[in-house]
Design a protein around this ligand. Sequence first.
Ligand code: ATP
Length: 347
Amino acid sequence: MNALPGGTADEARAPGTAGPAGGDAQPEGEGPSAVHVRGLVKTYSGVQAVNGIDLDIRRGEIFALLGPNGAGKTTTVEILEGYRSRDSGEVTVLGFDPARQRARVKNRVGIVLQSVGVEQYLTVRETITMYAGYFPQPRPVDEVIGLVGLEDKSGSRVIKLSGGQKRRLDVAIALVGNPELLFLDEPTTGFDPSARHEAWDVIKNLAALGKTVLLTPHYMDEAEYLADRVAVIAAGRIVAEGTPATLGNRELARARVRYRLPGHAAPPGDLAGPVQPDGFTEFTSEDVTQSLHRLTGWAIDTGVSLDGLEVIRPSLEDVYLSLTGAASGDDGGGQPEPARKAHGRKA
Ligand code: ATP
């Protein structure tokens, strides 16, 4: 990305992470929260981008901020990072106010944008070593290379890396300053499935190191797999917050049971249901254990097989779509839109 194009945020920020060496080296900030926000408001010439947000992210937590286009994610995250000013509200990041104590915050956070524009002809090790030199107390370069799984590529030039490997390098650059809190923007967009899973392992590693991670993921499965908690933001407000399993009372939703029957076999009435276009019979159940016991008992007694038998609960994506009202939108299947783009961000 390089530094972000100027003129878009209150202040363009440098790639990678925290500030340069020689800034305020601070003891641990106070308080149990890595991020504490109350009543955050930000308006851009009449556009209410953030409209009274409260947020608490605990230390050591992986937290995902989800929301559709224009919801206010970037604005919120950049206020936390200290790159945008706020109109009102209370914000502390690692115990400091990013607006008034920016140097203290800067040296303790790492920022991973969508792609960091590093020198293409340096090797991986040279690149990380260069960034290590910017920080007062960097992590050892080889340890960082190991954390992001780039051991085999440490002598390769950046230009030769695959997209997934470059993303790891982005994370390495953010990590080398040994930040306490990492902001990770769309960590795996554009990755193939195996690269995504490897990147997820890297992110889980960060949590195991005790880092706090604020993700703005593009994919629901990413939030589901990685996040301890998620918040959904829509029109500048938090509309739901919880664990991926309980968001929007997801765990309380009635399960759907689906199966396909051969021929004209008919199960007991409450275990039957309308036949769907794909040939599956479907019913909802409040007591899935009971229903499955009776259904499978009936199938065994009558000698029929229940092809494709499955129990379905609303996915995180289903809940997200209903919370944001995006189910009928045209935004490419209702995925949350990228929070920040390294290029072409809004002015
Ligand atoms: P996306 O996922 O599309 O990046 P977002 O959730 O990150 O969206 P923001 O970028 O925070 O949303 O934008 C929230 C609202 O504020 C939008 O209506 C946007 O048009 C507006 N906005 C953002 N930045 C500016 C700016 N610099 N000047 C004017 N309006 C802005």
